[in-house]
Design a protein around this ligand. Sequence first.
Ligand code: E4P
Length: 218
Amino acid sequence: MKFFIDTANLAQIKEAQDLGILDGVTTNPSLMAKEGITGQENIINHYKKICEVVDGDVSAEVIGTTYEEMIKEGEVLAALHDQIVVKVPMIKDGIKAIKYFSDKGIKTNCTLVFSVGQALLAAKAGATYVSPFIGRLDDVSSDGLNLIHEIRTIYDNYNFDTEILAASVRHTMHIIDCAKIGADVMTGPLSAIEGLLKHPLTDIGLEKFLADYKKGNA
Ligand code: E4P
């Protein structure tokens, strides 16, 4: 399972990269705005900086919503760095754009996916990644993990190459459950990744080992 971090915060990306387990980064316009990155030039420079910090795919989202706008923007983004994945919304023109990028060998991430039907279309269009938003589904009393399960079944039935990127991961158990189901990738906050480290018995055990070592080597 690949681990992506879902942030535009360079310090957090570096921290995850230094842990040695990071496979990529996802961003979106809200995450860029949260870091105060505004204006086309700053946004472009920020994507370049992220690519320098991380080894792996970096999703950069288009703002346009027509086919022509998405193609134009996506080509600029893809030319920035070979790690860039063009993130395209799940709308009719988005599907057309994903097909165009796929035919040109440009990697894509189909974002804002909330149903199996949408995921099926994204795979048919040749998306590199499909991003079902599990946390946002949970927020409205729908079962986000079940969506991952259903997409896994459909993609396996037809051997689609599109990777399931479980997005809108909110906590550590989401990561574990997605791994059980067989999501190819998860993207979440650093806190959810670091939650995997924690167990009180580890802390108690280490404290005891160190105390016993000190007694024997006083
Ligand atoms: C996906 O790529 C999105 O950036 C992200 O996972 C959205 O998560 P949120 O629902 O926590 O905003």
